[in-house]
Design a protein around this ligand. Structure first.
Ligand code: SAM
Ligand code: SF4
Length: 326
């Protein structure tokens, strides 16, 4: 498995299946976002070829994201091909859940292991405001369809935005009393497109934890504080599910980072919050050999940045979150 020059073992690949989306979340992209033409995006066979190269290097944990991965044409077949690929030990997806009502069962049958679903509020009106185009009921139905289909353990991602859904921290936490779900509070990160919004309305995990503690009592820290992926886990007294805190901005987890990203247009992105990328699609289309691609990936991984520079005011503004694949 490839190591970077800091000794981190990089074996987790997030693949953006498309930069397109059926929602327009305020914190992710402007409403008039323009998308890349299909010809510039990786085609199915290109994704599979690149994935084969990554797995040959030891990448074994794969997450599909976007944009919205479920709107990609042929997504179920693509998932089936990936799930059957030797070396893929874990295949998951991050989705807004809108289409899971109809896709949860086919995706599970195709070999998808589990999903993280984004949900920022339980209030239908606030949901509409935050996503611009979304209907709360669709996602709620999608969450239950995913659970029923066995795409579990289920994790719900909530980006907390001051002035929009701070009070929903409590209602979302309440879900863990009845459901064995992980509710994950994500600090809003800055990218291109919505940078001012993202930097001025961010809420720290510390503030969120204080709010939970004041309203619902002190949650217990789990696993001695060792991160589950990127989340620090807590459990409220008597709750079935857990609360996860993802402090990417105020308490980054770069030292334990094991991931790389493949953008929808085929660039290897070494850090979500740094602009450095290695183009893999152009060489692939130009006839690069598998060995050439392996070398490019290993070289890119070696030079993976240590961490992001948000604390120093450095913001990567060459792409929106949806283009990179969150
Ligand atoms: N469309 C899918 C979804 O919303 O789940 C997958 C892609 S989305 C970019 C992946 C995750 O990134 C979502 O949980 C979303 O809430 C989160 N996200 C988007 N913009 C963000 C930002 N500026 N800061 C932190 N998280 C963000
Ligand atoms: Fe689409 Fe996900 Fe971005 Fe919302 S967060 S606009 S659902 S890509």
């Amino acid at each position: 498995m490839p190591d970077d020059r800091f000794g981190r073992n990089i074996h987790y690949l997030r693949i953006s299946l498309t930069d397109h989306c059926n929602l327009r979340c305020l914190y992710c992209m402007p409403e008039d976002q323009t998308f890349q033409p299909n010809s510039e995006l990786m085609q199915d066979d290109e994704i599979l070829t690149l994935l084969k190269v990554f797995t040959s290097l030891g990448f074994d944990k794969i997450r599909l994201t976007g944009g919205e991965p479920t709107i990609r044409a042929n997504v179920v077949n693509l998932v089936r091909e990936m799930a059957n690929m030797p070396g893929v030990n874990s295949l998951s997806m991050t989705t807004n859940g809108v289409l899971l009502g109809k896709l949860a069962v086919p995706l599970k049958e195709a070999g998808l292991n589990r999903v993280n679903i984004s949900l920022d509020t339980l209030d239908p009106q606030r949901f509409k405001t935050l996503t611009r185009w979304g209907k709360f009921e669709d996602v709620w139905q999608g969450i239950h369809a995913a659970e029923k289909a066995g795409l579990t353990p289920l994790k719900l991602n909530m980006v907390v935005v001051r002035g929009h859904n701070l009070s929903d921290v409590v209602t979302m936490s309440n879900l863990t009393y009845e459901h064995d779900w992980q509710i994950r509070f994500i600090e809003m990160m800055p990218f291109a497109g919505q940078t001012d919004f993202q930097t001025t309305l961010v809420v720290s995990d510390k503030e969120i934890l204080e709010m939970v503690t004041t309203e619902l009592g002190q949650p217990t820290l789990l696993n001695n504080g060792i991160l589950d992926g990127e989340a620090r886990l807590y459990r409220l007294p008597g709750a079935l599910g857990t609360l996860g805190f993802i402090s990417s901005v105020t308490n980054p987890f770069c030292a334990g980072c094991t991931r790389a990203r493949l953008t929808s247009d085929g660039k290897l992105r070494l850090c979500l919050l740094k602009e450095k990328e290695v183009d893999l699609l152009t060489p692939l289309r130009a006839g690069a050999s598998i060995e050439d691609l392996r070398t490019m990936i290993l070289d890119g991984i070696w030079w993976k940045p240590w961490g992001h520079g948000l604390a120093q005011g450095e913001i990567a503004t060459n792409r929106t979150m949806s283009q990179i694949g969150g």
